[in-house]
Design a protein around this ligand. Structure first.
Ligand code: AMP
Length: 284
């Protein structure tokens, strides 16, 4: 496994692989790798001949009051995980490598970024789309792997790739959870044991929504009300949003129909946690 710190070195390593007609996979991450990231990495290793994992805590997707400074950066442990997983290259650039000068260019995916996390994190998805566009241009993968856990991110990146005719496929992998249902996240590290227990109410509320939809309930307000009553059982949860949106347009809906995304964002202690379920109501 090679560790590339510069754009030039990752480009020349990938170029050599491409000359051998290898299928290139990219797994973009911010590091602090956990079993969620590993599932993406394993899928990439299975489906591709040459896999690049990028590790970069991207400053442009953090708001001024967010956790950019204290975001965990255990690089040595991350490299060990990548090595064990059979990765070919870890691309771990410094901030100056990715942003050597003031950027006048960014990628803004409209409409899909207005709801859910886009409301409380202005500029977040512009930062995400821009860094992904940069990584796609640097690595030029055939397939890039993302997690369903960050559902709005997945929708936004897919739209960017389609709208800008980027020559790659976006693969979305299922959310990996702890045995108690909590979605695995690098930010779970910020939680105390007690808060972690309370955080399981997020997935409990989503399971309730799934149950209600399975039972034929189509009124979104009724579903959201039930979800609130579950989340309110955990006193340290501060709900940011509980939303039911169309999974393609990311617009709020009144009635369950077609593909819908049920999504929650909440703060517990120092952590901001998100989770979601994707339901295809046409198959109910
Ligand atoms: P991050 O390092 O948080 O930017 O995440 C890198 C990638 O891993 C993103 O595509 C995430 O959606 C994905 N990811 C993070 N947590 C999970 C999880 N629990 N299950 C599946 N994918 C995940």
């Amino acid at each position: 496994m090679e560790v590339a710190k510069t754009i030039e070195s990752v480009r020349s390593l990938v170029k050599a692989a491409r000359r051998e007609a290898k299928k290139i996979g990219l797994v973009p991450t911010m590091g602090a790798l956990h079993i969620g990231h590993i599932s993406l990495i394993e899928t990439a290793v299975k489906e591709c001949d040459f896999v690049v994992v990028s590790i970069f805590v991207n400053p442009t997707q953090f708001g001024p009051t967010e956790d950019f400074e204290k975001y965990p950066r255990p690089l040595e442990a991350d490299l060990e995980i990548c090595k064990k997983a059979g990765i070919d290259i870890v691309f771990a650039p410094a901030t100056e490598q990715m942003y050597p000068r003031e950027n006048f260019t960014s990628v803004n995916v409209e409409k899909l970024t207005e709801q859910l996390c886009g409301r409380s994190r202005p500029g977040h998805f512009r930062g995400v789309a821009t860094i992904c566009a940069k990584l796609f241009n640097i690595v030029q993968p055939d397939i890039a792997y993302f997690g369903q856990k960050d559902s709005q991110q997945a929708i936004v990146i897919k739209k960017m790739v389609a709208d800008l005719n980027m020559p790659l496929r976006i693969a979305i992998c299922p959310t990996v959870r702890e045995p108690d249902g909590l979605a695995v996240s690098s930010r779970n590290q910020y939680l105390t044991k007690e808060q972690k227990k309370e955080a399981t109410y997020i997935y409990k509320s989503l399971q309730k929504a799934q149950e209600m939809i399975d039972a034929g309930i189509t009124d979104c307000e009724t579903i959201i009300r039930q979800m609130y009553s579950i989340l309110n059982q955990a006193p340290s949860i501060k709900i940011e949003y509980v939303s039911v949106v169309d999974a393609e347009t990311v617009q709020n809906i009144d009635q369950i129909a077609g593909k819908v995304l049920v999504a929650v964002a909440a703060r517990i202690g120092l952590a901001r946690l998100i989770d979601n379920i994707l339901v295809d109501a046409s198959k109910q």
